[in-house]
Design a binder for this molecule. Structure first.
Ligand SMILES: C[S@@+](CC[C@H](N)C(=O)[O-])C[C@H]1O[C@@H](n2cnc3c(N)ncnc32)[C@H](O)[C@@H]1O
Length: 394
């Protein structure tokens, strides 16, 4: 450790500590400090790729090891030390890409996950971060790399989770094509659903044999109407027409497959493929930056306001910026003084409300803010942030 920045009581009321140093040593040092042990609900980070690029000249820089095995061991050591810093319901999220050597991929994410399970972590999920703006490769014998993994591991079997704050609206897969319907075309609640008609339709559908002519089954519009939904109106969550919520066929052996299912009005579970664009570099910051909206989704799901969040490879401080915007306290570590300086400036700006509007929108899209906004109708995001006092004006 060389220098510490500690900012208490800034307008957003978060605290943050930034350290310059090698994470391997810094995490061990923090784990020895009784006030740091079990302090963090969440560790979220994107380590360097193996064998790709140099961030500086430091001999302890990760990713520059002679072998991939050594790289994985070093990373696993860092996260093992991090495990002691986690609360008992804490989790670790690692955004990690693979490295290709000639024809073969080294399976870095998979091997790291296996190593961490050996070290007592519970492997909860491997999320695919699909980079929809990925750059097509000129390779002829393999494919362009269009995704990275997000490994989600918890300290124990169960961890703190909050799905409600990251539910999504609209059809993600067709974002941009499936436009938000106008308000008067959305139906929020059933009107005059007809139990007797529903029972009648279910009997016909569930009694259908493989040779039952399809057109003798009730139409999806008829089903939708029986449930009290105008078949031509749109669902407030997925934006599909209600006639698309109805099905006439049983699927396989799923005897109880609903013939009509409404989405959760609070939004859908986002699933484990996250389609999020990578961001252009900010000014002269040339990092493999992870996008704010990706971090925001993780932070909103795996922590709550007032919690402490740690990033042992903080780079320009993206995790810290999102913490400032969502009211989490933050500790960040990076090997290079220049990164610490930039992170400090970026987080301080976010805390003081000197934010990039696009950035806040990206964060809000993944968090409860957007839902509040939508519920408030006409209020713009900017207005909301100002009236709520969450952030002050630039
Ligand atoms: C992929 S970048 C992280 C970018 C970050 N997520 C952001 O949004 O800016 C990896 C970072 O790890 C840092 N790093 C490399 N080796 C390190 C080590 N041994 N200890 C701490 N940080 C290290 C690099 O300086 C670099 O900033």
């Amino acid at each position: 450790m060389k220098e510490v920045s500690n900012r208490e009581g800034l307008p957003r009321q978060i605290s943050y500590d930034l350290y310059e140093g090698d994470s391997r040593k810094e995490l061990v040092r923090l784990a020895r400090d009784s006030s740091e042990k079990e302090k963090y609900r969440l560790i979220v980070t994107s380590p360097p790729y193996f064998g790709h690029r140099h961030y500086g000249e430091h001999a302890e820089e990760l990713g520059q090891e002679k072998t991939d095995g050594e790289f994985i061991r070093n990373l696993a050591d860092i996260f093992s030390a991090g495990r002691e810093l986690l609360t008992n319901d804490g989790s670790i999220w690692i955004v990690i890409g693979d490295t290709r050597r000639n024809m073969h991929k080294l399976m870095i994410p998979h091997r790291l996950a296996l190593e961490l399970v050996k070290r007592d972590f519970t492997f909860r999920e491997d999320i695919v971060w699909y980079k929809k703006n990925n750059i097509a490769s000129s390779a002829r014998s393999n494919f362009s790399q269009a995704y990275e993994y997000i490994l989600f591991l918890s300290k124990h079997e169960k961890s703190f989770t909050n799905l409600d704050d990251i539910r999504v609206k609209g059809n993600e897969a067709r974002e941009g094509r499936n436009k938000t319907p106008p308000e008067h075309r959305i139906q929020y609640k059933p009107i005059n659903s007809d139990r007797r008609k529903i029972a009648e339709l279910e009997e016909i559908i569930h009694g259908a044999k493989p040779n039952t002519p399809f057109d003798s089954l009730p139409s999806t519009s008829e089903i939708s109407r029986a449930y009290g939904y105008d078949p031509e109106k749109h669902c407030p969550t997925c934006y599909r027409k209600f006639k698309r919520h109805a099905t006439r066929k049983r699927i396989g052996d799923h005897k109880h497959y609903p013939i009509f299912a409404v989405c959760n009005p609070a939004g859908k579970n986002p699933g484990n493929v996250w389609e999020i664009s990578t961001k252009a570099h900010y000014g002269n910051e040339h990092f493999a930056i992870f996008p704010e909206d990706l971090v925001a989704r993780i932070i909103s799901f795996a922590s709550q306001e007032g919690d402490w969040v740690l990033d042992p490879f903080m780079g320009r401080g993206t995790t810290g910026i999102v913490c400032a915007l969502t009211g989490r306290n933050f500790t960040g570590i990076d090997l290079y003084a220049n990164n610490k300086k930039n992170a400090d400036r970026n987080i301080a700006n976010a805390v003081r409300g000197r934010y990039d509007k696009k950035l806040v929108e990206d964060v809000a899209r993944q968090t409860e803010l957007m839902r509040v906004l939508q519920d408030r109708g006409t209020l713009t995001l900017q207005d909301f942030l100002l009236t709520d006092g969450t952030l002050s004006s630039r």
